[in-house]
Ligand binder design. Structure first.
Ligand SMILES: Nc1ncnc2c1ncn2[C@@H]1O[C@H](COP(=O)(O)OP(=O)(O)OP(=O)(O)O)[C@@H](O)[C@H]1O
Length: 557
Protein backbone atom coordinates (compact mmCIF):
# COMPACT_ATOMS: atom_id res chain seq x y z
CA UNK A 1 0.00 0.00 0.00
CA UNK A 2 1.55 3.30 -1.03
CA UNK A 3 2.37 5.50 1.89
CA UNK A 4 0.39 8.43 0.59
CA UNK A 5 -2.78 6.55 0.99
CA UNK A 6 -2.80 7.39 4.59
CA UNK A 7 -4.21 4.91 6.96
CA UNK A 8 -5.97 1.98 5.59
CA UNK A 9 -9.68 2.11 5.35
CA UNK A 10 -11.19 -0.53 7.46
CA UNK A 11 -14.59 -1.56 6.55
CA UNK A 12 -17.25 -0.78 9.00
CA UNK A 13 -14.93 -0.55 11.89
CA UNK A 14 -15.79 3.08 12.08
CA UNK A 15 -18.86 3.68 14.01
CA UNK A 16 -21.34 5.70 12.14
CA UNK A 17 -19.73 9.08 12.23
CA UNK A 18 -21.28 11.77 14.25
CA UNK A 19 -21.39 14.47 11.68
CA UNK A 20 -22.45 16.86 14.32
CA UNK A 21 -18.94 16.65 15.61
CA UNK A 22 -17.35 17.48 12.34
CA UNK A 23 -13.69 18.17 12.61
CA UNK A 24 -14.03 21.34 10.66
CA UNK A 25 -15.41 23.00 13.66
CA UNK A 26 -18.00 24.90 11.77
CA UNK A 27 -21.25 24.76 13.52
CA UNK A 28 -23.19 24.91 10.30
CA UNK A 29 -21.84 21.59 9.28
CA UNK A 30 -23.33 19.49 11.94
CA UNK A 31 -25.34 17.77 9.32
CA UNK A 32 -23.70 18.75 6.12
CA UNK A 33 -26.46 17.67 3.93
CA UNK A 34 -29.42 19.40 5.38
CA UNK A 35 -28.01 22.81 5.52
CA UNK A 36 -26.01 22.90 2.43
CA UNK A 37 -28.66 23.71 -0.07
CA UNK A 38 -29.34 26.93 1.72
CA UNK A 39 -28.29 30.10 0.09
CA UNK A 40 -26.24 32.60 1.93
CA UNK A 41 -28.32 34.84 4.05
CA UNK A 42 -31.46 32.85 3.64
CA UNK A 43 -31.83 29.58 5.31
CA UNK A 44 -35.45 29.13 4.53
CA UNK A 45 -36.62 26.59 2.16
CA UNK A 46 -37.96 28.81 -0.57
CA UNK A 47 -39.36 26.01 -2.55
CA UNK A 48 -41.68 25.08 0.16
CA UNK A 49 -42.39 28.60 1.17
CA UNK A 50 -40.03 28.57 4.05
CA UNK A 51 -41.38 25.56 5.78
CA UNK A 52 -38.78 24.48 8.25
CA UNK A 53 -37.04 21.24 7.70
CA UNK A 54 -38.54 18.47 9.70
CA UNK A 55 -36.38 17.91 12.72
CA UNK A 56 -34.88 14.51 13.12
CA UNK A 57 -35.75 12.48 16.11
CA UNK A 58 -32.43 12.09 17.88
CA UNK A 59 -33.69 9.42 20.20
CA UNK A 60 -33.34 6.58 17.80
CA UNK A 61 -30.70 5.31 15.40
CA UNK A 62 -30.71 7.19 12.19
CA UNK A 63 -30.09 6.17 8.69
CA UNK A 64 -28.05 8.53 6.59
CA UNK A 65 -31.17 9.53 4.77
CA UNK A 66 -32.69 10.63 7.98
CA UNK A 67 -29.66 12.41 9.23
CA UNK A 68 -29.13 14.32 6.07
CA UNK A 69 -32.47 14.62 4.52
CA UNK A 70 -30.85 12.96 1.59
CA UNK A 71 -31.87 9.89 -0.21
CA UNK A 72 -29.10 7.93 -1.65
CA UNK A 73 -28.38 7.42 -5.22
CA UNK A 74 -29.85 4.54 -6.97
CA UNK A 75 -26.28 4.05 -8.12
CA UNK A 76 -24.96 3.84 -4.68
CA UNK A 77 -22.96 0.67 -4.47
CA UNK A 78 -24.99 -0.22 -1.45
CA UNK A 79 -28.19 0.33 -3.27
CA UNK A 80 -29.37 -1.27 -6.37
CA UNK A 81 -27.03 -0.61 -9.22
CA UNK A 82 -27.89 1.80 -11.95
CA UNK A 83 -30.52 0.24 -14.14
CA UNK A 84 -29.12 3.21 -14.47
CA UNK A 85 -11.58 21.77 -23.55
CA UNK A 86 -11.59 23.32 -26.75
CA UNK A 87 -8.52 25.40 -27.03
CA UNK A 88 -8.45 26.05 -23.36
CA UNK A 89 -5.13 27.41 -22.36
CA UNK A 90 -3.19 26.19 -19.42
CA UNK A 91 -3.36 29.66 -17.95
CA UNK A 92 0.18 29.77 -16.83
CA UNK A 93 0.32 26.24 -15.67
CA UNK A 94 3.71 24.83 -16.40
CA UNK A 95 2.70 21.30 -17.07
CA UNK A 96 3.16 18.01 -15.36
CA UNK A 97 6.00 15.76 -14.70
CA UNK A 98 4.84 12.55 -13.26
CA UNK A 99 8.15 12.00 -11.61
CA UNK A 100 8.04 15.31 -9.88
CA UNK A 101 6.37 16.16 -6.64
CA UNK A 102 3.41 17.62 -8.43
CA UNK A 103 1.20 14.87 -7.37
CA UNK A 104 1.94 15.49 -3.80
CA UNK A 105 1.63 19.07 -2.73
CA UNK A 106 2.34 21.08 -5.81
CA UNK A 107 0.80 24.50 -5.46
CA UNK A 108 -1.34 24.65 -8.51
CA UNK A 109 -3.06 27.76 -9.73
CA UNK A 110 -6.73 28.10 -9.08
CA UNK A 111 -9.10 27.76 -11.92
CA UNK A 112 -9.72 31.12 -13.43
CA UNK A 113 -13.25 32.25 -13.04
CA UNK A 114 -13.28 35.92 -13.79
CA UNK A 115 -16.85 36.06 -14.69
CA UNK A 116 -18.85 33.08 -13.83
CA UNK A 117 -22.52 33.26 -14.46
CA UNK A 118 -25.14 31.96 -12.20
CA UNK A 119 -27.66 30.46 -14.42
CA UNK A 120 -29.06 27.41 -12.87
CA UNK A 121 -32.48 27.05 -11.58
CA UNK A 122 -32.60 25.80 -8.11
CA UNK A 123 -33.28 22.37 -9.25
CA UNK A 124 -33.52 19.39 -7.12
CA UNK A 125 -34.23 21.40 -4.10
CA UNK A 126 -37.14 19.61 -2.72
CA UNK A 127 -36.21 16.14 -3.50
CA UNK A 128 -33.72 13.80 -4.78
CA UNK A 129 -32.15 12.73 -7.96
CA UNK A 130 -32.11 9.07 -8.45
CA UNK A 131 -28.49 8.95 -9.28
CA UNK A 132 -27.67 11.69 -6.94
CA UNK A 133 -28.69 13.30 -3.82
CA UNK A 134 -29.56 16.78 -2.85
CA UNK A 135 -30.63 18.25 0.38
CA UNK A 136 -34.24 18.53 1.06
CA UNK A 137 -33.82 21.70 3.02
CA UNK A 138 -33.32 23.51 -0.14
CA UNK A 139 -33.71 26.94 -1.29
CA UNK A 140 -32.50 26.89 -4.80
CA UNK A 141 -29.35 28.87 -4.57
CA UNK A 142 -31.31 32.01 -4.97
CA UNK A 143 -28.60 34.13 -3.64
CA UNK A 144 -26.44 32.77 -6.36
CA UNK A 145 -28.92 33.04 -9.10
CA UNK A 146 -29.10 35.72 -11.66
CA UNK A 147 -32.47 35.08 -13.02
CA UNK A 148 -31.86 37.61 -15.69
CA UNK A 149 -29.60 35.10 -17.27
CA UNK A 150 -31.73 32.11 -17.20
CA UNK A 151 -35.08 31.16 -18.33
CA UNK A 152 -37.00 29.41 -15.70
CA UNK A 153 -40.19 28.80 -14.01
CA UNK A 154 -40.22 31.72 -11.68
CA UNK A 155 -43.14 33.93 -12.15
CA UNK A 156 -45.28 33.92 -15.16
CA UNK A 157 -44.28 36.54 -17.66
CA UNK A 158 -41.34 37.53 -15.59
CA UNK A 159 -39.03 39.58 -17.75
CA UNK A 160 -36.12 37.89 -16.10
CA UNK A 161 -36.98 34.61 -17.66
CA UNK A 162 -34.75 34.95 -20.63
CA UNK A 163 -32.12 32.51 -21.64
CA UNK A 164 -28.48 33.09 -20.95
CA UNK A 165 -27.25 35.84 -23.22
CA UNK A 166 -23.62 35.13 -22.72
CA UNK A 167 -21.66 33.44 -23.99
CA UNK A 168 -23.61 33.51 -27.19
CA UNK A 169 -24.83 30.04 -27.79
CA UNK A 170 -23.89 28.67 -31.13
CA UNK A 171 -24.69 25.48 -32.74
CA UNK A 172 -21.99 23.32 -34.15
CA UNK A 173 -22.84 24.81 -37.50
CA UNK A 174 -21.87 28.16 -36.06
CA UNK A 175 -25.32 29.65 -36.03
CA UNK A 176 -26.64 31.43 -33.04
CA UNK A 177 -29.24 29.42 -31.29
CA UNK A 178 -32.47 30.61 -29.92
CA UNK A 179 -34.03 29.98 -26.61
CA UNK A 180 -34.77 26.36 -26.12
CA UNK A 181 -37.60 27.09 -23.85
CA UNK A 182 -41.11 27.40 -24.88
CA UNK A 183 -42.21 30.87 -23.74
CA UNK A 184 -45.14 29.44 -21.94
CA UNK A 185 -43.06 26.81 -20.38
CA UNK A 186 -40.61 29.46 -19.27
CA UNK A 187 -43.46 31.35 -17.69
CA UNK A 188 -44.89 28.36 -16.02
CA UNK A 189 -44.89 28.93 -12.36
CA UNK A 190 -43.89 25.84 -10.56
CA UNK A 191 -45.03 27.40 -7.41
CA UNK A 192 -48.52 26.96 -8.60
CA UNK A 193 -49.64 23.41 -8.40
CA UNK A 194 -52.20 24.10 -11.04
CA UNK A 195 -49.79 25.59 -13.53
CA UNK A 196 -50.81 24.52 -17.01
CA UNK A 197 -50.68 25.64 -20.56
CA UNK A 198 -53.73 27.59 -21.55
CA UNK A 199 -54.94 25.19 -24.09
CA UNK A 200 -52.94 22.17 -23.16
CA UNK A 201 -52.00 21.56 -26.76
CA UNK A 202 -48.76 20.15 -27.81
CA UNK A 203 -46.54 22.84 -29.24
CA UNK A 204 -43.00 23.16 -30.34
CA UNK A 205 -40.74 26.11 -29.75
CA UNK A 206 -37.77 27.60 -31.48
CA UNK A 207 -34.97 25.18 -31.16
CA UNK A 208 -31.23 25.48 -31.25
CA UNK A 209 -29.53 24.40 -34.40
CA UNK A 210 -28.16 20.90 -34.47
CA UNK A 211 -24.62 19.80 -35.05
CA UNK A 212 -24.79 19.85 -38.82
CA UNK A 213 -21.15 18.88 -39.40
CA UNK A 214 -21.89 15.58 -37.82
CA UNK A 215 -25.02 14.90 -39.77
CA UNK A 216 -24.75 12.61 -42.70
CA UNK A 217 -24.77 14.74 -45.86
CA UNK A 218 -27.26 12.53 -47.54
CA UNK A 219 -29.71 13.03 -44.75
CA UNK A 220 -31.50 16.22 -43.96
CA UNK A 221 -30.12 17.77 -40.83
CA UNK A 222 -32.40 17.85 -37.85
CA UNK A 223 -32.68 21.60 -38.31
CA UNK A 224 -33.92 21.21 -41.82
CA UNK A 225 -36.43 18.74 -40.66
CA UNK A 226 -37.85 18.06 -37.31
CA UNK A 227 -35.72 20.27 -35.17
CA UNK A 228 -36.57 23.66 -36.58
CA UNK A 229 -39.96 22.92 -37.94
CA UNK A 230 -42.39 24.58 -35.65
CA UNK A 231 -45.29 24.12 -37.95
CA UNK A 232 -45.93 20.86 -36.27
CA UNK A 233 -44.92 19.21 -33.11
CA UNK A 234 -41.47 17.68 -32.88
CA UNK A 235 -43.13 14.67 -31.49
CA UNK A 236 -44.76 14.05 -34.82
CA UNK A 237 -41.30 13.67 -36.29
CA UNK A 238 -39.89 11.41 -33.67
CA UNK A 239 -41.39 8.05 -33.08
CA UNK A 240 -40.87 6.72 -29.65
CA UNK A 241 -39.10 3.40 -29.56
CA UNK A 242 -37.83 1.11 -26.87
CA UNK A 243 -37.22 2.18 -23.35
CA UNK A 244 -33.55 2.88 -22.72
CA UNK A 245 -33.86 3.43 -19.03
CA UNK A 246 -35.48 5.28 -16.22
CA UNK A 247 -34.09 8.30 -14.49
CA UNK A 248 -35.39 9.90 -11.37
CA UNK A 249 -37.53 12.30 -13.30
CA UNK A 250 -38.68 10.33 -16.24
CA UNK A 251 -38.05 7.73 -18.85
CA UNK A 252 -35.62 7.72 -21.73
CA UNK A 253 -36.58 6.12 -25.04
CA UNK A 254 -34.97 5.64 -28.38
CA UNK A 255 -36.48 7.99 -30.92
CA UNK A 256 -36.58 7.44 -34.64
CA UNK A 257 -37.30 10.03 -37.29
CA UNK A 258 -38.99 8.14 -40.00
CA UNK A 259 -38.61 11.07 -42.40
CA UNK A 260 -34.83 11.20 -42.34
CA UNK A 261 -33.82 8.02 -40.60
CA UNK A 262 -32.11 9.69 -37.69
CA UNK A 263 -32.22 8.42 -34.17
CA UNK A 264 -32.25 10.28 -30.91
CA UNK A 265 -32.85 9.68 -27.24
CA UNK A 266 -36.15 11.00 -25.93
CA UNK A 267 -36.18 11.99 -22.30
CA UNK A 268 -39.77 12.15 -21.29
CA UNK A 269 -41.23 13.60 -18.15
CA UNK A 270 -44.85 13.83 -17.19
CA UNK A 271 -45.45 17.46 -16.48
CA UNK A 272 -48.89 18.36 -15.41
CA UNK A 273 -49.63 16.20 -12.50
CA UNK A 274 -50.45 18.52 -9.69
CA UNK A 275 -47.86 17.16 -7.40
CA UNK A 276 -44.58 18.44 -6.13
CA UNK A 277 -42.49 15.69 -7.61
CA UNK A 278 -43.82 16.36 -11.07
CA UNK A 279 -43.03 20.03 -10.71
CA UNK A 280 -39.62 19.12 -9.48
CA UNK A 281 -39.07 16.85 -12.44
CA UNK A 282 -40.08 19.59 -14.82
CA UNK A 283 -37.88 22.08 -13.10
CA UNK A 284 -34.86 19.85 -13.26
CA UNK A 285 -35.48 18.94 -16.85
CA UNK A 286 -35.87 22.59 -17.72
CA UNK A 287 -32.53 23.29 -16.14
CA UNK A 288 -31.04 20.55 -18.21
CA UNK A 289 -32.60 22.02 -21.35
CA UNK A 290 -31.36 25.50 -20.62
CA UNK A 291 -27.84 24.35 -20.10
CA UNK A 292 -27.60 21.72 -22.75
CA UNK A 293 -29.10 23.92 -25.44
CA UNK A 294 -26.14 26.22 -25.15
CA UNK A 295 -23.50 23.57 -25.29
CA UNK A 296 -21.89 22.15 -28.34
CA UNK A 297 -18.95 19.84 -27.91
CA UNK A 298 -18.14 16.36 -29.15
CA UNK A 299 -17.84 15.15 -25.59
CA UNK A 300 -21.15 16.51 -24.40
CA UNK A 301 -24.40 14.92 -25.40
CA UNK A 302 -26.02 17.20 -27.94
CA UNK A 303 -29.38 18.74 -27.25
CA UNK A 304 -31.63 18.49 -30.27
CA UNK A 305 -34.87 20.02 -29.18
CA UNK A 306 -37.83 19.65 -26.92
CA UNK A 307 -41.51 19.32 -27.13
CA UNK A 308 -44.16 20.25 -24.67
CA UNK A 309 -47.18 18.07 -24.94
CA UNK A 310 -50.38 17.81 -23.05
CA UNK A 311 -48.96 15.63 -20.37
CA UNK A 312 -45.31 15.28 -21.13
CA UNK A 313 -42.24 17.31 -21.79
CA UNK A 314 -39.98 15.48 -24.23
CA UNK A 315 -36.36 16.39 -24.63
CA UNK A 316 -34.61 15.15 -27.74
CA UNK A 317 -30.98 14.33 -27.27
CA UNK A 318 -28.21 12.86 -29.32
CA UNK A 319 -28.52 9.11 -29.06
CA UNK A 320 -25.46 7.52 -27.57
CA UNK A 321 -26.06 3.89 -28.12
CA UNK A 322 -23.19 2.33 -26.18
CA UNK A 323 -24.74 3.17 -22.82
CA UNK A 324 -23.04 4.60 -19.81
CA UNK A 325 -19.58 3.85 -18.47
CA UNK A 326 -21.32 2.46 -15.44
CA UNK A 327 -23.25 0.04 -17.54
CA UNK A 328 -20.17 -1.01 -19.50
CA UNK A 329 -18.36 -1.62 -16.23
CA UNK A 330 -21.22 -3.75 -15.04
CA UNK A 331 -21.21 -5.79 -18.19
CA UNK A 332 -17.53 -6.06 -19.01
CA UNK A 333 -15.70 -5.33 -15.78
CA UNK A 334 -12.92 -2.86 -15.14
CA UNK A 335 -11.32 -1.08 -18.10
CA UNK A 336 -7.73 -1.46 -19.09
CA UNK A 337 -5.53 1.55 -18.54
CA UNK A 338 -5.28 2.70 -22.17
CA UNK A 339 -9.05 2.84 -22.26
CA UNK A 340 -9.18 4.75 -19.01
CA UNK A 341 -6.61 7.16 -20.45
CA UNK A 342 -8.63 7.66 -23.57
CA UNK A 343 -11.92 8.12 -21.77
CA UNK A 344 -10.32 10.38 -19.16
CA UNK A 345 -8.93 12.60 -21.90
CA UNK A 346 -12.34 12.94 -23.49
CA UNK A 347 -14.10 13.58 -20.20
CA UNK A 348 -11.50 16.22 -19.44
CA UNK A 349 -12.04 17.77 -22.83
CA UNK A 350 -15.75 18.05 -22.17
CA UNK A 351 -15.12 19.39 -18.69
CA UNK A 352 -12.61 21.96 -19.94
CA UNK A 353 -15.24 23.19 -22.38
CA UNK A 354 -17.91 23.25 -19.72
CA UNK A 355 -15.71 24.92 -17.15
CA UNK A 356 -14.57 27.41 -19.77
CA UNK A 357 -18.20 28.46 -19.77
CA UNK A 358 -18.19 28.63 -16.01
CA UNK A 359 -20.56 25.78 -15.74
CA UNK A 360 -20.11 23.01 -13.26
CA UNK A 361 -21.65 19.62 -13.95
CA UNK A 362 -21.82 18.51 -10.32
CA UNK A 363 -22.65 14.91 -11.04
CA UNK A 364 -19.71 13.44 -12.89
CA UNK A 365 -19.70 9.68 -12.53
CA UNK A 366 -19.77 6.62 -14.72
CA UNK A 367 -23.56 6.49 -14.90
CA UNK A 368 -23.67 10.00 -16.38
CA UNK A 369 -21.03 9.46 -19.03
CA UNK A 370 -22.18 7.79 -22.21
CA UNK A 371 -20.05 5.99 -24.74
CA UNK A 372 -20.55 5.80 -28.49
CA UNK A 373 -19.92 2.61 -30.38
CA UNK A 374 -16.72 4.21 -31.70
CA UNK A 375 -15.52 4.94 -28.20
CA UNK A 376 -16.44 8.61 -28.17
CA UNK A 377 -17.40 9.66 -24.69
CA UNK A 378 -20.20 12.12 -23.89
CA UNK A 379 -21.05 13.85 -20.67
CA UNK A 380 -24.75 13.56 -20.00
CA UNK A 381 -27.36 14.24 -17.37
CA UNK A 382 -27.04 17.97 -16.82
CA UNK A 383 -29.87 18.09 -14.35
CA UNK A 384 -27.45 19.04 -11.63
CA UNK A 385 -25.31 21.41 -13.66
CA UNK A 386 -25.14 25.08 -12.89
CA UNK A 387 -23.49 28.22 -14.01
CA UNK A 388 -21.79 29.70 -11.00
CA UNK A 389 -20.36 33.03 -10.01
CA UNK A 390 -16.99 33.62 -8.51
CA UNK A 391 -18.61 35.94 -6.04
CA UNK A 392 -20.98 33.32 -4.81
CA UNK A 393 -19.74 29.84 -5.01
CA UNK A 394 -22.44 27.31 -4.58
CA UNK A 395 -23.64 26.09 -1.28
CA UNK A 396 -26.00 23.49 -2.49
CA UNK A 397 -25.44 19.92 -1.62
CA UNK A 398 -25.95 17.95 -4.75
CA UNK A 399 -24.28 15.14 -6.49
CA UNK A 400 -23.70 11.48 -5.91
CA UNK A 401 -22.24 10.65 -2.55
CA UNK A 402 -19.38 8.41 -3.52
CA UNK A 403 -18.19 10.82 -6.19
CA UNK A 404 -18.73 13.88 -4.04
CA UNK A 405 -15.89 16.28 -3.24
CA UNK A 406 -15.02 16.98 0.43
CA UNK A 407 -15.97 20.63 0.12
CA UNK A 408 -19.41 19.61 -1.04
CA UNK A 409 -19.83 17.28 1.87
CA UNK A 410 -18.52 19.79 4.38
CA UNK A 411 -19.63 22.87 2.53
CA UNK A 412 -17.81 25.37 4.59
CA UNK A 413 -17.17 27.99 1.97
CA UNK A 414 -19.20 26.87 -0.93
CA UNK A 415 -17.56 25.20 -3.85
CA UNK A 416 -16.72 25.66 -7.47
CA UNK A 417 -15.63 24.01 -10.68
CA UNK A 418 -13.06 21.93 -8.84
CA UNK A 419 -15.79 19.61 -7.58
CA UNK A 420 -15.95 18.09 -11.05
CA UNK A 421 -12.21 17.39 -10.93
CA UNK A 422 -12.64 15.46 -7.71
CA UNK A 423 -15.49 13.51 -9.25
CA UNK A 424 -13.33 12.83 -12.29
CA UNK A 425 -10.73 11.27 -10.01
CA UNK A 426 -13.46 9.12 -8.50
CA UNK A 427 -14.69 8.17 -11.96
CA UNK A 428 -11.19 7.09 -12.99
CA UNK A 429 -11.06 4.86 -9.95
CA UNK A 430 -14.50 3.63 -10.88
CA UNK A 431 -13.27 2.75 -14.38
CA UNK A 432 -10.26 0.95 -12.94
CA UNK A 433 -12.16 -1.06 -10.37
CA UNK A 434 -15.83 -1.00 -11.39
CA UNK A 435 -16.56 0.67 -8.07
CA UNK A 436 -16.37 4.20 -6.82
CA UNK A 437 -13.97 5.06 -4.02
CA UNK A 438 -15.15 4.30 -0.51
CA UNK A 439 -17.68 1.84 -1.86
CA UNK A 440 -16.79 -0.50 1.00
CA UNK A 441 -18.49 1.94 3.32
CA UNK A 442 -22.13 2.50 3.85
CA UNK A 443 -23.46 5.89 2.88
CA UNK A 444 -22.91 7.96 5.96
CA UNK A 445 -19.56 6.35 6.68
CA UNK A 446 -18.51 7.08 3.12
CA UNK A 447 -19.59 10.66 3.53
CA UNK A 448 -17.57 10.82 6.71
CA UNK A 449 -14.54 9.36 4.94
CA UNK A 450 -14.82 11.93 2.22
CA UNK A 451 -15.59 14.89 4.38
CA UNK A 452 -13.92 14.34 7.70
CA UNK A 453 -10.98 12.04 7.19
CA UNK A 454 -7.67 12.79 5.58
CA UNK A 455 -7.62 9.40 3.95
CA UNK A 456 -7.01 8.94 0.29
CA UNK A 457 -9.15 6.37 -1.48
CA UNK A 458 -7.41 3.18 -2.34
CA UNK A 459 -5.68 3.38 -5.72
CA UNK A 460 -5.05 0.06 -7.41
CA UNK A 461 -1.42 -0.95 -7.53
CA UNK A 462 -1.69 -2.16 -11.10
CA UNK A 463 -2.16 1.37 -12.38
CA UNK A 464 0.83 3.19 -13.83
CA UNK A 465 2.59 5.93 -11.92
CA UNK A 466 1.11 8.45 -14.35
CA UNK A 467 -2.37 7.19 -13.58
CA UNK A 468 -1.74 7.29 -9.85
CA UNK A 469 -0.30 10.77 -10.12
CA UNK A 470 -3.34 11.92 -12.10
CA UNK A 471 -5.81 10.45 -9.65
CA UNK A 472 -4.00 11.91 -6.66
CA UNK A 473 -4.05 15.34 -8.25
CA UNK A 474 -7.78 15.09 -8.82
CA UNK A 475 -8.32 13.92 -5.26
CA UNK A 476 -6.53 16.78 -3.55
CA UNK A 477 -8.68 17.64 -0.58
CA UNK A 478 -7.98 21.33 -0.97
CA UNK A 479 -9.99 22.35 -4.03
CA UNK A 480 -7.56 25.09 -4.99
CA UNK A 481 -4.79 22.48 -5.14
CA UNK A 482 -6.63 20.53 -7.80
CA UNK A 483 -5.56 21.33 -11.31
CA UNK A 484 -8.16 22.67 -13.69
CA UNK A 485 -9.50 20.50 -16.46
CA UNK A 486 -7.42 22.30 -19.05
CA UNK A 487 -4.32 21.89 -16.91
CA UNK A 488 -4.98 18.23 -16.51
CA UNK A 489 -5.10 17.86 -20.26
CA UNK A 490 -1.34 18.44 -20.09
CA UNK A 491 -0.80 15.64 -17.65
CA UNK A 492 1.24 12.74 -19.10
CA UNK A 493 -1.54 10.33 -18.26
CA UNK A 494 -3.78 11.89 -20.88
CA UNK A 495 -1.32 14.02 -22.84
CA UNK A 496 0.33 11.03 -24.38
CA UNK A 497 -1.24 10.98 -27.79
CA UNK A 498 -0.15 7.49 -28.63
CA UNK A 499 -3.43 6.30 -27.27
CA UNK A 500 -5.24 8.86 -29.37
CA UNK A 501 -3.34 7.79 -32.47
CA UNK A 502 -4.51 4.31 -31.96
CA UNK A 503 -7.94 5.83 -32.03
CA UNK A 504 -11.05 5.56 -30.02
CA UNK A 505 -12.08 2.67 -32.15
CA UNK A 506 -9.30 0.40 -31.09
CA UNK A 507 -9.66 1.59 -27.56
CA UNK A 508 -13.20 0.41 -27.56
CA UNK A 509 -12.24 -2.83 -29.17
CA UNK A 510 -9.51 -3.33 -26.65
CA UNK A 511 -11.85 -2.63 -23.81
CA UNK A 512 -14.67 -4.81 -24.95
CA UNK A 513 -13.24 -7.42 -27.30
CA UNK A 514 -16.17 -9.71 -26.75
CA UNK A 515 -18.51 -7.04 -28.05
CA UNK A 516 -17.03 -7.12 -31.53
CA UNK A 517 -18.61 -10.10 -33.08
CA UNK A 518 -19.23 -8.64 -36.54
CA UNK A 519 -22.94 -9.01 -36.21
CA UNK A 520 -24.10 -5.44 -36.48
CA UNK A 521 -24.54 -3.36 -39.57
CA UNK A 522 -23.15 0.16 -39.19
CA UNK A 523 -25.65 2.94 -39.01
CA UNK A 524 -25.58 6.45 -40.38
CA UNK A 525 -24.75 7.61 -36.92
CA UNK A 526 -21.77 5.30 -36.86
CA UNK A 527 -20.53 6.96 -40.00
CA UNK A 528 -21.06 10.28 -38.36
CA UNK A 529 -18.39 9.35 -35.92
CA UNK A 530 -15.78 9.34 -38.63
CA UNK A 531 -16.14 13.08 -38.94
CA UNK A 532 -16.21 13.75 -35.29
CA UNK A 533 -13.03 12.37 -33.94
CA UNK A 534 -11.64 14.55 -31.19
CA UNK A 535 -8.05 13.70 -31.61
CA UNK A 536 -6.17 15.77 -34.21
CA UNK A 537 -4.05 12.80 -35.13
CA UNK A 538 -6.57 10.21 -34.32
CA UNK A 539 -9.19 10.88 -36.97
CA UNK A 540 -10.38 7.57 -38.12
CA UNK A 541 -11.50 6.75 -41.53
CA UNK A 542 -14.98 5.66 -42.36
CA UNK A 543 -13.57 2.23 -43.00
CA UNK A 544 -12.23 2.01 -39.50
CA UNK A 545 -15.52 3.07 -38.09
CA UNK A 546 -17.34 0.65 -40.31
CA UNK A 547 -15.09 -2.15 -39.23
CA UNK A 548 -15.47 -1.46 -35.60
CA UNK A 549 -19.02 -0.29 -35.29
CA UNK A 550 -20.13 -3.49 -36.87
CA UNK A 551 -20.72 -5.78 -34.04
CA UNK A 552 -20.66 -3.40 -31.13
CA UNK A 553 -23.45 -4.72 -29.12
CA UNK A 554 -25.55 -2.36 -27.15
CA UNK A 555 -25.62 -2.94 -23.47
CA UNK A 556 -28.75 -4.49 -22.12
CA UNK A 557 -31.19 -1.97 -20.83
N1 LIG B 1 -28.66 10.54 -24.93
C1 LIG B 1 -28.78 9.27 -24.51
N2 LIG B 1 -28.50 8.24 -25.32
C2 LIG B 1 -28.63 6.95 -24.89
N3 LIG B 1 -29.03 6.60 -23.64
C3 LIG B 1 -29.33 7.58 -22.79
C4 LIG B 1 -29.22 8.95 -23.16
N4 LIG B 1 -29.58 9.72 -22.10
C5 LIG B 1 -29.88 8.85 -21.11
N5 LIG B 1 -29.73 7.57 -21.51
C6 LIG B 1 -29.96 6.37 -20.70
O1 LIG B 1 -31.27 6.42 -20.18
C7 LIG B 1 -31.27 6.01 -18.83
C8 LIG B 1 -31.92 7.07 -17.97
O2 LIG B 1 -31.15 8.26 -18.08
P1 LIG B 1 -31.43 9.53 -17.17
O3 LIG B 1 -30.40 10.57 -17.50
O4 LIG B 1 -32.85 9.91 -17.25
O5 LIG B 1 -31.32 8.96 -15.75
P2 LIG B 1 -30.09 8.54 -14.88
O6 LIG B 1 -28.82 9.28 -15.27
O7 LIG B 1 -30.02 7.06 -14.93
O8 LIG B 1 -30.59 8.97 -13.47
P3 LIG B 1 -30.81 10.44 -12.91
O9 LIG B 1 -31.37 11.32 -13.97
O10 LIG B 1 -31.73 10.17 -11.85
O11 LIG B 1 -29.46 10.90 -12.45
C9 LIG B 1 -29.83 5.70 -18.44
O12 LIG B 1 -29.66 4.32 -18.56
C10 LIG B 1 -29.00 6.38 -19.50
O13 LIG B 1 -27.82 5.67 -19.78
Amino acid sequence: MPGWWGKKSTKSKDPLPNLQNSSSGNSTKSSPSIKNERSRGDSRNRDNGGTPVTPIDSSRPKSFDEVSGIVFSRNSPRKSPDSSGYGVSSSGFSGFDSSSSLDRNYPLPRPSSDQIHVAGLGAGSASVSGSSMSSSASSDDHSNLDHGQLGGFRGQGDAKLSPLPSPTPRSRSGTTTSSPLHPRLAGLSLDSPSARLDDGKSECHRLPLPPSPSSPPSLPTPRSSAMSDCSSSNSSKWKKGKLLGRGTFGHVYVGFNSENGQMCAIKEVRVFSDDQSSKESLKQLNQEIMLLSQLSHPNIVQYLGSDLGEETLSVYLEYVSGGSIHKLLQEYGPFREPVIQNYARQILSGLAYLHGRNTVHRDIKGANILVDPNGEVKLADFGMAKHITSASSMLSFKGSPYWMAPEVVMNTNGYNLAVDIWSLGCTILEMATSKPPWSQYEGVAAIFKIGNSKDMPEIPDHLSSDAKSFIRLCLQREPSARPTASQLLDHPFVRDQSAARVGSVNMTKQAFPQAFDGSRTPTALDLRGSRRSLSPEGEFTSRQVLTVSRGMTSPRY
